[in-house]
Design a protein around this ligand. Structure first.
Ligand code: ADP
Length: 381
């Protein structure tokens, strides 16, 4: 609670002042000098200071100057108590520029009390206004800070999206351009009678492989946008994981053959309730990665059923993944290889994990550089 500080070098005056103020019911603290007053003001909180002007040592004016200099007490109102001379009174009013009041000695007790009471009231009102203003300033600063953060987030999202669009269009163009050229050349040569059915068949197979890659890419892109909008809804149906694996393997046979990679499948029936198209995506992404990063070595796929869990493993003997990258490759846009050596958007494993997790399953990888990688997916049946 804040009170009144009275300062006078004459102890009798202090006692008299205290008696006059007593009926106000305020806490009154006495100080016998300017120095003592400053000490009280250091750790106490006062709503008003009554300050004798003529004191030995620090005068009332000098004391006031120090009070106003201190940040903590800058706003504490001061009432100067001056001798009766008119001159001094005018000095006081000039000095204070109307910021505070003065009382001329000898004073009338009632007038003094009334004056102090009204000064106290307005001082406290000012105080609460100041506190409110400070609170409002703080709130405004907080709001500005939040706005700044939101803007930074939005800018970041826009930057990420732009980067993503640039990579996505590049990645989509990469398989499309040779595909178009191949098909154009095939038509031309076929018209001129330069190639036979056998060549046409081989080229169409190659073209089919390219469209597979584009389809996977487009699928991943769609999934990512669905996931980021929180719209990954599953359409579960009864299906056999072994069956799905066989289908996906068959589809990748030509692509694997093309890079000299032998695919093998060891599968026992594992019937569960899953989203068939999504499980196909999981298999497709994992197998395509195994072939892509498999350095032309064999790839083994296995499906096992253990109790209430179906386990899928896709194992290659390719470039492998350094330990420190094994977690982040499941995040969006994260890659552990350079674009120059391997194309890609870093979305496949992200989509795979999101789908697996949406099914209540989990995925992990075991790998070492140059030692190949084994991805293991577990799905509750
Ligand atoms: P992308 O293949 O388009 O880069 P993915 O999300 O499918 O995107 O994979 C992320 C990264 O994980 C790849 O860039 C690669 O560094 C690493 N990776 C994924 N699968 C394998 C694998 N079978 N062998 C080695 N590295 C892999």
């Amino acid at each position: 609670m804040s009170g009144i500080l009275i300062v006078d070098d004459n102890p009798a005056n202090l006692v008299a002042l205290e008696a006059v103020l007593e009926p106000l019911g305020e806490q009154v603290v006495k100080a016998g000098s300017g120095r003592e007053a400053l000490r009280h003001l250091l750790d106490g909180h006062f709503s008003l200071v009554l300050l004798d002007v003529q004191m030995p040592g620090l005068s009332g004016f000098e004391t006031a100057a120090i009070i106003w200099q201190r940040e903590r007490t800058r706003n504490v109102p001061i009432v100067f108590v001056t001798a009766a001379e008119r001159e001094e009174a005018s000095v006081v009013s000039g000095y204070t520029q109307g910021a505070v009041d003065y009382i001329v000695k000898p004073f009338d007790a009632d007038v003094l009390r009334a004056k102090v009471a009204s000064l106290l009231a307005s001082a406290r009102q000012n105080e609460s206004l100041r506190r409110e203003a400070a609170e409002r300033t703080r709130e405004r600063d907080e709001l500005l800070e939040k706005e700044r953060e939101a803007r930074a987030d939005a800018e970041n999202a826009v930057r990420l999206r732009d980067e993503f669009l640039a990579i996505a269009s590049h990645e989509l163009r990469t398989p499309l351009t040779p595909l178009r050229l191949q098909l154009q050349a095939t038509i031309r040569q076929l018209r001129r009678g330069e190639i036979g059915m056998k060549d046409v068949e081989a080229r169409l197979e190659a073209a089919l492989r390219q469209t597979e890659r584009i389809a996977t890419l487009v699928n991943d892109l769609l999934e990512v946008s669905r996931i980021s909008m929180g719209r990954l809804t599953l359409h579960p149906e009864t299906m056999d994981l072994a069956e799905a694996a066989r289908e996906v393997l068959e589809r990748h046979e030509p692509e694997a053959r093309n890079v000299g990679c032998a695919l093998s499948l060891r599968a026992e029936s594992a019937v569960g309730t899953w989203d068939k198209l999504r499980i196909d995506e999981v298999l497709t992404n994992l197998l395509a990665n195994a072939i892509k990063y498999g350095a032309g070595q064999s790839v083994e796929v296995a499906v096992e059923r253990a109790d209430v869990t179906a386990r899928l493993t896709v194992r290659d003997h390719g470039i492998g993944i350094p330990r420190e990258d094994q977690e982040r490759i499941f995040d969006r846009f994260e890659r552990a290889v350079s674009v120059r050596s391997y194309g890609g958007m870093g979305l496949g494993l992200y989509v795979v994990r999101q789908i697996v997790v949406a099914h209540g399953g989990n995925i992990r990888v075991q790998s070492a550089p140059g030692q190949g990688s084994t991805f293991t997916v577990e799905l509750p049946i």
